[in-house]
Design a protein around this ligand. Sequence first.
Ligand code: TYD
Length: 139
Amino acid sequence: MSLKDQYKIIEFKDLGDERGNLVVIEGEGRDIPFDIKRVFYIYGSDSEVVRGQHANRETEFLLVNVGGTSKVRIDNGRESEIVELNRPGMGLYLPPMLWKDMYDFSPDSILLVLASRHYDAGEYIRDYDAYIEEMNPKA
Ligand code: TYD
């Protein structure tokens, strides 16, 4: 499957009015494909830092820069792409088994991450060479 068919850019409705903006993300297939079990956010990472650098065997993620900007390099072992997260209404959906690197954080970057599963260190692949090998089994 090509990388373009694996990740999704999702635009969320802005229910804002004269009082300000309001973006809602509902799980279980309403706005994103999964039920939200965990939320974390990353801020205060400077522009030199590269975070992520792993793939998850089970967890699906939805990434939104609710403030500032960052970039995500996604990789399926054969192709890679860079997506810039730069709007609070834009989400990047990532299924399991994609490698991701988050980097180029703006000073005001707040990267919100919604996850389909609770944290489990055992489902992480943190060795890129091992990941590439697993995604490209020898015939
Ligand atoms: P890490 O995987 O390096 O974060 P990122 O992918 O965002 O760069 O996680 C840093 C530490 O935090 C590591 O010890 C694992 C722990 N952690 C949790 O306990 N729960 C979580 O949901 C996450 C994302 C990390």
